[in-house]
Design a protein around this ligand. Structure first.
Ligand code: NAD
Length: 484
């Protein structure tokens, strides 16, 4: 079988990259190479910027309702191709097929939400700010925006941004993760058939060279980045240096606090999904369990029991709950954390290493893993593992839990499980994390809300999705008028 190098999509056409450098794309369940991603060159990236820039004037003067009609068409086409899109996602990323379907539900919701930009973009105005003088704000698009996407949600993440960006009249370039380009290729194949004007939406594959070119070009105006905090911070600084707007969604270590008055059965069910969903490769995944007081022993027992029943296998098999890690490197990283945990004195209550999946000897599988005797200083309690691992720490009260949470540099999400309204209110008021869950394990904001994040989990001010997205992708122009 010949393995194809995926193409860029520039000015409404599929274009082969001339770059000699490529990265292999693997099926994580089998370890087979299924495609190659080109590391597009500076010239190729500049070409995408040039055409997006050339398309801008015409696109911005296209009536907003016409613009979003395109989004509606894309939304319908994604719905028609729903199963195929989900299958491709699982093939390149590994997640269980139902999780891929869930990701595409969210993708479609993003498009649906972005179709409301004509009303969200309407400015405000005021008459007679002085006698006979009126003032208004008009929200204008700015030019060419781009996103730099991560490997864990290859179908959905770009739609946090581009539907809003083009909906308000900008043009756009998507830079998918080089590890998982195929979901975006399929989406662009669908979009290609739908008559979106050329140059409005483009795609350039690649790595640092393509990204640096996008930031450095005087013809781009802003970046949405989603990925690790380390890379995000570098690119945030660089964007500032080049005078670009940016919103940077970084990594996470999400603490989940279980109070003694929590409903244990329902809590455990939510925790399982939080820690093991997408094999733990979610920026909103549970990172550490903080068990308050006496709940520690029964919680431990129940979570181990429930974890043993969690099914691991190839994501394409219906009914499988957890697929493989998305890459060999990712798997080795998680194995490294498990080793480190043991070395630092934590104890394994459940060991997911070496899990066997019949028929898939080369897949990157790790089963549910649970650590006890964890202390707050250990690497497994501080750093993002990005795998199906639950470190449990016993704490004496809510104060100690919040103290541990606040000592951590990340602030993406945090949840509390309790039946006390007062505790819940205290938690949402005090905990420094962008997304707070009350008896919720995965605090994923729907498309009409901002995808929040604090501390090292987010750099910038306006977040992705919802009304924030409209503000990020537009400039407020103030017009003061007097007629003689
Ligand atoms: P990553 O930082 O390795 O890569 C993200 C993107 O940056 C990729 O497109 C990659 O090509 C590009 N990139 C990498 N190094 C670069 C460099 N030196 N210069 C320019 N571009 C570079 O992240 P990843 O491993 O793909 O994704 C996993 C991370 O993403 C996790 O930390 C996860 O928490 C985070 N994430 C965050 C959110 C959120 O909303 N906060 C959502 C999803 C994932």
């Amino acid at each position: 079988m010949t393995v194809e190098v995926v193409k860029n999509y520039i000015n409404g056409k599929w274009v082969e990259s001339k770059s000699k450098e490529t990265r292999d794309v693997f099926n994580p369940a089998t370890g087979e190479v299924i495609a190659k991603t080109p590391m597009s060159t500076r010239e190729e990236t500049l070409e995408a910027i040039k055409v997006a820039n050339a398309a801008f004037d015409r696109w911005r003067s296209t009536p907003a309702l016409t613009r979003v009609r395109h989004l509606n068409r894309i939304r319908d086409a994604f719905e028609e191709n729903f199963e195929e899109l989900a299958k491709i996602l699982t093939m390149e990323q590994g997640k269980a097929i139902d999780e891929s379907r869930g990701e595409y539900r969210r993708t479609i919701e993003n498009l649906e939400c972005a179709t409301s930009v004509p009303s969200l973009q309407m400015g405000y105005n005021s008459e007679d700010i002085a006698a006979g003088i009126d003032e208004m704000v008009i929200k204008q698009p700015l030019g060419v925006f781009f996103c730099v996407a991560p490997f864990n949600f290859p179908g959905m993440v770009p739609t946090w941004f581009w539907p809003f960006a083009i909906g308000v009249g900008n043009t756009y370039i998507v830079k998918p993760s080089e590890q998982v380009p195929l979901s975006q290729v399929k989406q662009f194949e669908i979009i290609h058939e739908l008559g979106l004007p050329r140059g409005v939406l483009n795609m350039v594959h690649g790595g640092p060279e393509a990204v640096n070119t996008l930031i450095e070009s005087p013809d781009t105006v802003g970046m949405s980045f989603v990925g690790s905090s380390y890379v995000g911070k570098l690119l945030y600084k660089k964007s500032g240096e080049f005078g670009k707007r940016s919103q940077v969604q970084g990594g996470a270590k999400n603490f989940i606090t279980i109070m003694p008055d929590a409903d244990l059965e329902r809590t455990v069910a939510a925790l399982i999904t939080s820690f093991y969903g997408c094999a733990g490769q979610r920026c909103l995944a549970g990172g550490v369990l903080l068990a308050v007081g006496d709940i520690y022993e029964p919680l431990k027992k129940m979570i181990v029991e429930a974890s043993k029943k969690y099914t691991v296998g190839s994501g394409l098999e219906e009914g499988i709950q957890m697929g493989p890690l998305a890459s060999k490197k990712g798997m080795e990283n998680v194995l490294g954390f498990i080793e480190k945990g043991l070395k630092e004195g934590a104890e394994l209550l459940l060991d997911g290493r070496g899990v066997e999946v019949p028929g898939y000897p080369n897949g990157y599988f790790i089963g549910p893993t649970i650590f006890d005797n964890v202390t707050r200083e250990m690497a497994i309690a501080r750093e993002e593992i990005f795998g199906p691992v639950i470190p449990i720490i016993q704490v004496k009260d809510l104060e100690e839990a919040i103290d541990i949470i606040h000592a951590n540099p990340y602030g993406n999400a945090s949840s509390v499980f309790t039946s006390s309204g007062k505790t819940a209110r205290d938690y949402q008021y005090r905990v420094k994390a962008g997304n707070i869950g009350i008896n919720i394990g995965v605090v994923a904001p729907i498309a009409t809300f901002p995808f929040s994040g604090m501390k090292d989990s987010f750099f910038g001010d306006l977040h992705g999705q919802g009304r924030d997205a409209v503000d990020f992708f537009t400039e407020n122009k103030v017009v003061v008028t007097r007629w003689f």
